[in-house]
Design a protein around this ligand. Sequence first.
Ligand code: SF4
Length: 453
Amino acid sequence: MNAPALHPDTERRGAEDAPAVSFVSLGCPKALVDSERIITRLRAEGYALTRTHAGADVVVVNTCGFLDSAKAESLAAIGDALKENGRVIVTGCLGAEPETIRAAHPSVLAVTGPQQYEQVVAAIHDVAPPKHDPFLDLVPAQGIKLTPRHYAYLKISEGCNNRCTFCIIPKLRGDLVSRPAADVLREAERLVAAGVKELLVISQDTSAYGVDIKYAESRWRDRDVRAKFYDLAAALGELGAWVRLHYVYPYPHVDEVVPLMAEGKVLPYLDIPFQHGSPTVLKRMRRPAAQEKTLARIARWRELCPDLTIRSTFIVGFPGETEEEFGELLAFLEEAQLDRVGCFQYEAVRGAAANEIAEAVPEEIKSERYARFMELQQRISAKKLRRKVGRREKVIIDRVENGQAIGRTRGDAPEIDGAVHLSSRRPVKVGEIVTALIDRADAYDLHGQVVGF
Ligand code: SF4
């Protein structure tokens, strides 16, 4: 992800002598939440934020180190910051490999790893000490958000206990560390009180939430809430906001949450990175829940909640993937009829166990399989979208441009899914949830008109 536009709250506000930081946030929503925490802390200490590197006292680059392409993007962002400013602090996933950063850019001032909030803030203090100002110290109770005002990511845990062979996140971020349920719920309450209409629950493995703290109870409002996937989802569902669950694995206990979706307590949406459909490839990937009868589970969820949208991601060209195994993946796709799907060609991330497991698939076969995969899935996704034509859907408005409103249904997450383009007789506002009549679908998006407010 590129540097997100800063929320108006984070812009420099006439604090002429306050030290100023320019912040670049790269990577996934989990890294974005880390950026939000660091910026919240900096604003609480009176720092100003600038939109350009040139006028800043220091530049912080929060990096991504997941794929080699992401590492290259991070190194390029550091290079740009050095050129435009010269005083650069690096943090985030690539910070777990300080030697890589220092080899490319020896003049960076400090390198800290993911979630090392204290260390990165300490490094900023060294370069540009804070100036105490009681007015600038004030930050909104919900913290500083880099997302638009109407939705926010809610990170419920750090790290991961799984050891998928293509992934180095556990090496970078460590084992699962869950936040107490009350802590998550209080943050969610603050966000909703500040006007957030949609909470996007994220982690590395959302369905594993609380395993590390033995589902410990904590006090929220007048009761104890367990740090358990179902309990947290149910409690979040009481807050009156849309609740969207990301990075869920098809473990049996996920079944319990589907009735909450059918009842309208949480959005009928599951983001499940299946990664493959062949049992032998899943085994080589060492995927959690690979042994579960996934297709039967999906069918059961749809019986319980016919409106359920399932989004997923897959990898083609995993080491050793045979034509037969790829055929099993296509058959899985055909049967699963997933609504939204992303696909990646396997990239040999340095340090990932998968690179040693079997022969790499040649690049031309990877691209040919990718094309076949996408062709099949586009047909499925388009068919599923067409089913929405003629229906009334709740739509949250993300943007209003030239009199047209652009939003998302309950089945579309920001950034990764499609959009709904709406005409309306009366002006609609960003963040408003309207009822729309869908009158047309194209390959990815829906079109319609606002019929209710
Ligand atoms: S579940 Fe697998 S892919 Fe996801 S973070 Fe954990 S090890 Fe990586």
